[in-house]
Write a protein that binds this ligand. Sequence first.
Ligand code: FES
Ligand SMILES: [Fe+2]
Length: 382
Amino acid sequence: MYINFWYPAEQSTHITEQPLKLRMLGQDFVLWRDSEGVAHCLSNTCTHRGGSLGLGIVKDDCIQCPYHGWRFDGNGNCVAIPSLGPNPNIPGRTRIDAYPVEERYGLVFCFLGDLPEGQRPPIMEIKEWGQDGWRHTTQAFEFNFSFQRSMENGIDPAHNEFVHDTHGFKGQREDYFTPEVIPESTEWGTGFGGWLEAPPLPEEKMREASGRDVVAKMWAGTGHEGAASLWTFIHPSEHMHIHQYAFECPVDEHNVRIFLINERNFLIEPEHDQRMMDRNMYTIVQDRDVLLQLQPVETPETNDKEMFMPADLCIGKYRERLREWEARGWRIDTETVKRNEKKVAYAIPSPARREHKGWVLDAIPLVEPDGEAAQLDIASGA
Ligand code: FES
Ligand SMILES: [Fe+2]
C-alpha cells in the first residue's frame, strides 16, 4: 500500500454530521461534515489516551473524543480539554493528523500522505462528468482481495474472453488471440487500447443500442492512474461508448473498497440505470470469483514468481510504477506495522508534519528504498 495518493473514502451522501470511522491503508480515520457542509478527515486515534474518535460525537463542528471529551477541529488542532477547566493552555503537541479532502464525482477523496499541494498526484479525471449526452451510475463494492490484485485484473486484457461472456467469446473461439498491448504512459499511469473482434452484445436492449448484431471490430482500452485508479473505455459500436472509472481504496493489505462510476452515451434515460448497474455487477462478480482464489493472496514481491506474456505488459508497467513510488519512500512497511500493531498506534503522515515538529503518534513506517527497479522478463511464447 502506498501513501501520497488521493483515495476515495466514501460517497458524498454518506458523510454527514455524524462521525464515520473508516479504515484505509490499514489505518483508521474519522470523517464528518461540519455545519457549513465541509467534509473533514482526521486520523482516528486521540492523542490523549488513544480513544477512538469515530465513536465520539460532532460538537461545534469539531470531533469530540468519547473518552475524556477532548475536541479537535477539522485541521486536527485540539481546541478543548475539559479536565483543564475554562481557558486552558493547550499544548500544540496534542495535534492530530488531518488530511486534505476533496469532493468530486459524488465521492469524498482524502489525500493520505504528506506531500505539499503542488506535488500531489491528481484525482483521476472523468471528462464526461456533467456533460450533455452522458449519464453516470455509481456503485460501491467491498471485496476480500488486495487492491493490487484488483488493479492488475483491470488492466489484464487476456482474461476477458475467459471470465466474461458479456463482451467476449468466453473461450469459445479457437482462433481468438489478445491484440498486441502497446502501453502508453501518462505522468502517473499507463494504458493501452486497440481493436478487437467482438460478438454482438448478448443483452437485447444493449444490442439494439449498439446497432450491431454481427461479429465486428470493437475498440476497447484500459489503464491505471496512480496506485489505485482505473479507467476502461469500451466502444461496442461507433456511437455507443461506455467509459468506466474505478476509484479503489485499499482497506488494508487484503481488502479493497471500489467505487465504480460508469458513464454511458446511450440509453441515457434514468430507467436504464439499473440495467447498466446489473451488467457491471454481473461482470465484477465474475472477476471476484477468480480473484478470491489467487495464490499467493498478495502479489509476489518479484516478477520471477509468475510468468509474464506479451498481454501482461501493462501489468508489468504498473508494477514498475509501484516500484518507482516505493523508491520515493511511499510504500507502507506493512511487515513492521503488523509486528507492532498491538504496541504502536501509527498515523499516515499528513502535510502538516512538514511544518510542525513534535507529534504524539509515530508516522507509519515506510519501506526503505533499495533503489533497484526490477526488470520485467516477458516470455515471447516462441
Ligand atoms: S483519550 Fe481522547 S480525550 Fe482522553
Ligand atoms: Fe474482468
